[in-house]
Design a protein. Structure first.
Length: 253
């Protein structure tokens, strides 16, 4: 009887540890001194804060150099239609230069945090395929294949990551318009959807899990929403407030 009770408690514990929601810092942990969105320091701070992952946004310049930035333009320079020589001159708000993906990865190698790499939607499928090929090539070169996950709003880019990345690399789709069954059919790891999409379709979380997929939700910054997502058994929460989420997951009030 005692043995059964111990085994039961152990299985509950294992289940709890294995299924605990993981923290992904949105554009790195940037809401802290010395950091800004998508800078190298924000990734380092996400690593120091023991986040599961640090998300970043990637563009391919006109001359095929990958850069880490969210918006299509920064200080009037186009991430997609200008040359790397112009983008490389740009400075971020914290004084860092706007990083190439190469520079970003060479620092990532020294850390443990996983990289959640978002390829932004580009002007053509051809450019997106080229960007996917360049990203996967760099990830292999820096020996980071076991530490990356790919995400995109573009269905074409998502399918290209699924086609070209190592089969063990997770690929999530961001756009919110495909059901779990449709995602499963294209070989996706699962939905990485906006909070409002999952609140509208709460059944999609259970359905994804039943199909053997994982669920990520963005961008969850309010405590009540974090608690809702945790209660739903969501696997990953992408947030601008990683410390708050860590506190909630540790059972703090
Ligand atoms: Mg992003």
């Amino acid at each position: 009887m005692k043995k059964i009770l111990v085994l039961l408690l152990l299985s509950v514990f294992v289940d709890k540890v294995c299924t605990q929601t993981q923290v992904i810092a949105h554009r790195g942990f940037w809401k802290t001194e010395g950091a800004t969105q998508n800078c190298i320091a924000a990734m380092q701070k996400a690593d120091s804060a023991k986040c599961y992952g640090s998300e970043l946004d990637v563009w391919l310049s006109k001359d095929n150099v990958l850069f880490v930035n969210h918006d299509p333009f920064y200080k009037g320079v186009s991430m997609e239609n200008d040359k790397s020589s112009a983008i490389k001159k740009l400075k971020l708000a914290n004084g860092e230069k706007l990083p190439t993906l190469k520079e970003y990865l060479s620092e990532a190698r020294k850390l443990n945090v996983r990289l959640i790499i978002e390829l932004k939607k580009h002007s053509s499928a051809k450019r997106e395929t080229r960007a996917v090929e360049e990203i996967i090539g760099l990830i292999k070169k820096y020996n980071l294949e076991e530490r990356v996950e790919y995400i995109s709003f573009s269905l074409h880019a998502t399918k290209e990551f699924i086609r070209l990345a190592s089969p063990s690399t997770p690929v999530y789709y961001l756009n919110g318009n495909l059901s779990p069954k449709e995602l499963k059919e294209i070989g996706c790891t699962g939905p990485d959807y906006n909070l409002s999409v999952l609140k509208k379709n709460p059944g999609w979380i259970k359905e994804s899990h039943e199909l053997g997929m994982k669920v990520n939700v963005w961008t969850v910054n309010k405590e009540a929403d974090m608690r809702w997502a945790i209660d739903q058994g969501i696997d990953f929460i992408t947030t601008d407030e990683p410390l708050l989420l860590h506190r909630i997951l540790k059972g703090g009030n």
